[in-house]
Design a binder for this molecule. Structure first.
Ligand code: FEO
Ligand code: CA
Ligand code: CA
Ligand code: CA
Length: 605
């Protein structure tokens, strides 16, 4: 394989890989154990009623764990790793699976069903304690909190108060009710959580009612559609009707920050980080102590962004440090990435075959879009750059990517890793063809990109990049596993979330496996002779997407999102985790290694 003989098992990835399968279960390696930590409908707030599938109410849901758990953040509350705050995104609702068969008419939802959906969106904060036998338990706590579509958010940064954000309900343009489609996210160095508002466009109706050509083009670029929305929310609150409240759309699509350490804190929408379909947001501190935030725009042919603050980070998690550091995200420069390959164009033919230099690689630049109130984009004000960031990036020659999902810096080697989930439209007529950073036309399986900022400094405006993985069935010629022997790796398709263990191994969860088996979670070393040795750690149940994930030294958390998706209320296809004839329930699962005296051992060793 060009790297010599693989050495001993890499610490953190020493487990027997799980084989691809279509079981209606979370399948884990031999020697490991698992338990559901919390599932949709479980109590979060004091006095929350027990889950009752046949008698759901919005009032109950607002006190219970929400639907479709995605990002999971684990924030230590002590130095022993005993108590944590677990923060979870509830990305969206799957009404056909939430409500009992025969009770939900997609063309005619009841007001209570819509209000249940509003309460099932948002985020949850729960206190957890370690179970000495392994796993985590949710416990009652003053920190436990639900964020829903009714929670008040403060809009901050350079677009706060802009005319573009004013509505009849909020003439200040500074107060928004709720967050939605929160996909991935990140824990900040100061112990708060950033969360990305992703496919926010789907909740709005009647884009065709907006006829001004400039406004209509902005709506089109963000994917807003004519006519009724799928969930019909506009029937019960006019803010979801673009014909009545066109600016409400501009109040979503942000990175939000919540402070789980203060249950009374007002969450924030940070406009300086731009408005697009934020997959998530993750921070790396620059060499001079400023804050860089990486975020992908998850759409075919959209972009990768970075924000760099002007002010410097204050270490620590005190209330003072949290307040100071949060303000850093309101003042800085927003950039978009351009990737340039180093191989001749005729060697990048869209087949995924490696070019003659043996790598998909090259250099890149960060193109500035706006700094504070100064726009760097001709023909756009700074406010317009922040609110219509996609249109700004279109103008400056940024590289159109294959659906940028989660992006995170490796705490061990300092390099940054991005999941590009797939793009079946790459190379189609009228669409961008393959380039070295997105080397396959009709890309069904996605790839994983790695870059190193110049001098390892997150504030740099240039970088060097290469692909770590070109995903798919390793038996196929159009795949690449970091140069590792492809006969000794797990197949992987549609990378979505990325995380790291304390050894610096990359962990990847998948969404939409195009190889015919269930999605799952994988570990892969990124250094040395085993670089690219993808090993599957677990698979999730039928129809589910693997989210989260959190990798600590002795517990792995995975969010099982939308189990049974693809089925119907009558035939949900999955009955996980409750089994029998039960409807599926999105849930967080803890996995640990069975150790001596029943205690948990170290993951992957
Ligand atoms: Fe919600 Fe981009 O995954
Ligand atoms: Ca090359
Ligand atoms: Ca995702
Ligand atoms: Ca996804």
């Amino acid at each position: 394989n060009g790297h010599g003989k693989p050495s001993r098992p890499v610490p953190g990835t020493d487990f027997t890989p799980v084989a691809p399968n279509t079981a209606d279960a979370v399948v884990i390696p031999d020697g490991y154990d698992q338990e559901v930590v919390i599932r949709w409908g479980d109590p979060v707030l004091p006095g929350a009623p027990r889950f009752d599938h046949r008698n759901q109410t919005a009032a109950a849901q607002a006190m219970q764990f929400g639907y479709n758990n995605d990002f999971v953040g684990l924030i230590p509350q002590d130095s022993s790793g005993w108590r944590h705050l677990m923060v979870v995104n509830h990305e969206y609702t799957t009404e056909t699976h939430m409500f009992p068969a025969g009770t939900y008419d997609p063309n005619n939802p009841t007001e209570e069903q819509v209000r249940i959906a509003w309460a099932a969106h948002g985020m949850s904060v729960v206190q957890t304690v370690r179970d000495p036998q392994g796993g985590l338990k949710v416990v009652p706590s003053r920190y436990n909190r639900r964020i829903t579509m009714d929670t008040e958010f403060e809009v901050r940064g350079p677009a706060a108060g802009s005319d573009l954000l004013k509505t009849s309900a909020d003439p200040s343009g500074r107060v928004v009710l709720g967050t939605q489609n929160n996909c991935a996210g990140g824990v900040t160095p100061w112990g708060t959580v950033l969360s990305g508002e992703e496919n926010f466009n789907q909740y709005f109706a009647n884009a065709d009612a907006v006829t001004d050509p400039v406004e209509a083009e902005r709506l089109r670029r963000y994917g807003f559609k004519a006519g009724a929305s799928r969930r019909k929310w506009e029937r019960f609150d006019k803010r979801w009707d673009l014909g009545q409240e066109p600016n409400e759309a501009n109040r979503f699509g942000w990175v939000v920050e919540i402070d789980p350490n203060d249950p009374n804190s007002t969450p924030i929408k940070h406009t300086a980080l731009g408005r697009f379909k934020h997959e998530g947001a993750n921070i790396k501190i620059t060499k001079d102590g400023r804050v860089a935030v990486y975020s992908g725009d998850d759409e075919r042919f959209d972009y990768i962004y970075k924000f760099v603050s002007n002010g410097r980070y204050k270490p620590g998690r005190s209330a003072h440090a949290r307040r100071h550091n949060s303000r850093l995200l309101d003042d800085g420069t927003l950039y978009v990435a351009k990737f340039t390959g180093d191989s001749p164009a005729n060697e990048i033919d869209g087949s995924g075959r490696l070019p003659s230099d043996g790598e998909f690689d090259g250099t890149g630049t960060w193109i500035p879009l706006a700094s504070g109130n100064v726009s760097h984009v001709p023909g756009m004000t700074a406010e317009e750059v922040y609110v219509f960031t996609r249109l700004a990036a279109d103008k400056v020659g940024a590289t159109k990517m294959d659906r940028p999902e989660d992006i995170e810096a490796n705490p061990v080697n300092g390099r940054v890793y991005a999941a590009l989930t797939n793009n079946s439209d790459r190379g189609k007529a009228g669409k961008a063809a393959a380039d070295e950073a997105n080397p396959r036309n009709g890309n069904r399986n996605g790839h994983v990109l790695e870059w190193e900022e110049h001098r390892g400094d997150a504030a740099s405006t240039t970088f060097a990049w290469r692909l770590l993985l070109v995903c798919g069935d390793p038996a196929e010629a159009d795949t690449y596993f970091g140069g590792f022997d492809k006969s000794k790796v797990s197949p992987i398709s549609c990378p979505d979330n990325v995380a790291f263990d304390s050894h610096g191994n990359l962990w990847i969860s998948t969404d939409g496996n195009a190889l015919g088996s269930n999605d799952g979670l994988f570990a892969v070393p990124v250094e040395g002779p085993n670089r690219g040795q993808v090993k599957q750690f677990l698979t999730v149940p039928i129809g589910a997407e693997a989210c989260g994930p959190v990798i600590t030294d002795d517990v792995v958390l995975v969010a099982v999102q939308h189990p049974g998706e693809g089925g119907t209320a009558e035939n949900p296809e999955s009955h996980w985790p409750d089994g029998g004839a039960a409807q599926p329930r999105p849930s967080i699962v803890a996995v640990w290694k069975k150790g001596k005296w029943g205690r948990s051992g170290r993951i992957g060793s």
